[in-house]
Design a protein around this ligand. Structure first.
Ligand SMILES: NC(=O)c1ccc[n+]([C@@H]2O[C@H](COP(=O)([O-])OP(=O)(O)OC[C@H]3O[C@@H](n4cnc5c(N)ncnc54)[C@H](OP(=O)(O)O)[C@@H]3O)[C@@H](O)[C@H]2O)c1
Length: 303
């Protein structure tokens, strides 16, 4: 790796997790570049230089990476953070909309990776940290395509890490749970809404909004990103925050049936499939005779 100060490129650094990650690296003495589609409007982060980037536009990706390399002399650590969320029943999104989501959350990350990898190989090493989600190992209802995009990141990252390890390039996925950011401000709505799902979709949104009130601070995720990027023996997966860590353990070691029930309860879905079940109204009263509560960590489902 280069002997100069290590250079970090953080995609989507204008807010939320990306902003906290850029700031955390800067405070540790790294040379940090953050990106935004509108860098002039992005809130300044002391010591962090912004470059323009839209991860869905190939030219924008190559220009942004070339700009950073020209200004800093290289890139050592790529943080693929840019992402959007889509909330709605799986059936309510067209394939076109699903492709749009994947274009940002998954293929955007692939574009950046493909652009940066030749430089990392040429300089003899580097790190790539992909921001996944607890939903990338534990899917939740009404976020099928978001979860699928995060599952894609998991699989892609694990393959890539095997392929690049011999070049001293390591790849890790950081998996946050709910984190207090403005991700809901850019939340995509389903393009083919179906009335049957309306109440449950609103419930899911309500759960999301409620969970945000007590969600982890982005700084918690930033700390885990730094750990992943600087560890001498990096792991492939890093759950970030208490809820994500607990859920990760539950997914691996917990009883599947309890996990299934917990996810349904946390998302206000009836415990069993039933044609006669009517959607729970918002703030609906608890059902009589319901089973004992799921593990506490499931009361806040991940994003
Ligand atoms: N918040 C959570 O609860 C949570 C939980 C798990 C995982 N995550 C993941 O964490 C990452 C960051 O999310 P956040 O919560 O911090 O949300 P956020 O505050 O909305 O930040 C998202 C960032 O992504 C950028 N972005 C969106 N579309 C882009 C595009 N096409 N090209 C380039 N940049 C784009 C935005 O930058 P500009 O608009 O300035 O271009 C923004 O800086 C996402 O991958 C998300 O899936 C979040």
């Amino acid at each position: 790796m280069a002997s100069r100060s290590q250079v970090v490129l953080v995609t989507g650094a204008s807010s939320g997790i990306g902003k906290a990650v850029a700031s955390a690296f800067q405070s540790k003495g790294f040379t940090v570049f953050g990106t935004s589609r509108k860098p002039a409007q992005a809130a300044a982060i002391p010591g962090v230089e912004f470059v323009e980037l839209d991860v869905t536009v190939p030219n924008s990706v190559s220009t942004a990476v070339a700009t950073v390399i020209e200004r800093a002399g290289g890139i050592d650590i790529l943080i693929n953070n840019a992402g959007v969320v889509l909330l709605g029943a799986a059936e309510e999104s067209s394939v076109t909309q699903a492709l749009q989501l994947f274009d940002t959350n998954f293929f955007g990350l692939v574009r950046l990776t493909n652009e940066v990898l030749p430089h990392l190989r040429a300089q003899g090493g580097g790190r790539i940290i992909n921001i996944g989600s607890a939903m990338g190992f534990l899917p939740a209802p009404y976020t099928a395509f978001y979860g699928a995009s995060k599952y894609a990141i998991e699989g892609y990252s694990e393959s890539l890490d095997h392929e690049t390890r011999e070049f001293d390039i390591r790849v890790s996925v950081v998996e946050p749970g709910y984190t207090r950011t403005s991700i809901d401000a850019q939340m995509m709505e389903p393009d083919s809404p179906i009335a049957t799902y309306a109440v449950r979709r609103q419930n899911a949104h309500q759960v999301f909004v409620k969970a945000m009130e007590t969600a982890d601070e982005p700084a918690i995720v930033a700390k885990v990103v730094i750990k992943a990027a600087t560890s001498r023996k990096p792991k492939i997966r890093y759950p970030a925050g208490r809820a994500a860590s607990a859920l990760s353990r539950l997914k691996r070691f917990g009883p599947g049936a309890a996990l299934d029930l917990g996810i349904r309860r946390a998302n206000k879905l009836p415990p069993t499939a039933s044609r006669s079940t009517t959607p729970t109204p918002l703030h609906g009263t608890p059902e009589v005779g319901k089973p004992s509560p799921p593990p506490r960590s499931l009361a806040v489902p991940p994003t």
